[in-house]
Write a protein that binds this ligand. Structure first.
Ligand code: SF4
Length: 253
């Protein structure tokens, strides 16, 4: 479903970080913004980042969603990976309990560790307000989609960001939402237009909502410049589709 923008919402409108810190696991992590920002905040002496980018639990952040009175689309752990092996199972369950308890919010979780997600799947309460996703940056990690399909998450999505290569034989069956984007930052790697268009074709065939987030540092013409100048148009149009339930819940028409 297409969202005609009435709000400033792009992908989510709030970040909730009951955990910070992570380790790099695949090519998509090379220029991880969370690592860069965590280390900067550590340098500035920000208490939450006292351990830099080492995995750290923040029990005092668990209640934050209760303080947001209006329904929000919340990105869970923008500064970490909820399914990192250093995050205790009990803590993951606590994060889920908060999400289960605040159904008026929508939570977006993204992981590059679907094997642990799958291992814990049956122990977690998948309420309708949880949107579970895996990152797939290139062909090497496309199997993450199979793991995602096996979970009981009601809404599943794939984040092809940063998209670093073509995906041959892609199958988006059983997936409810697809997000595509290029990489930002001084060391960003370019995304080719064809890679994004091929994914769009798969989505169009199945009617899967497609959200083209941004070109990033490299434009559609292959020129390196400011990401805001490069924008978010793909072949002359903006794709900002969301799963139907998010549109009905969070956008007023
Ligand atoms: S999994 Fe995510 S948070 Fe962790 S290092 Fe990779 S990009 Fe950064």
């Amino acid at each position: 479903m297409i969202v005609k923008k009435k709000t400033k919402i792009e992908w989510s409108e709030e970040s909730w970080n009951p955990i910070t810190g992570c380790d790099k696991v695949s090519a998509g992590c090379k220029n991880c913004y969370a690592a860069r920002i965590s280390n900067n905040l550590h340098g500035y002496g920000v208490k939450k980042y006292r351990n830099g980018f080492k995995v750290t639990m923040h029990p005092d952040s668990l209640n934050e969603p209760y303080l947001w009175m209006f329904p929000k689309i919340i990105f869970v752990n923008s500064m970490s990976d909820l399914f990192h092996s250093d995050v205790p199972e009990d803590f993951i369950k606590k994060v889920f309990e908060v999400m289960n308890d605040t159904l008026y919010h929508t939570y977006i979780i993204l992981t590059k560790r679907p094997e642990r997600l799958l291992e814990l799947n049956e122990k977690l309460n998948w309420t309708f307000n949880i949107v579970m996703g895996v990152s797939v940056e290139n062909q090497d990690v496309v199997d993450r989609i199979d793991d995602l399909r096996k979970t009981d998450a009601i809404t599943k999505f794939i984040s092809f960001e940063p998209l670093l290569g073509p995906l041959t034989g892609l199958n988006v069956e059983g997936v409810d939402w697809v997000v595509v984007g290029g990489e930002s930052g001084p060391n960003a790697r370019p995304m080719k237009k064809n890679w994004a268009l091929e994914i769009l074709e798969h989505c169009t065939k199945l009617g899967t909502p497609y959200f083209f987030k941004q070109w990033g540092t490299w434009g559609s013409d292959g020129v390196k410049r400011n990401r805001w100048t490069n924008g978010n148009e793909l072949n002359g149009r903006v794709y900002n589709e969301y799963p139907k339930f998010i549109v009905e819940k969070h956008f007023n028409f």
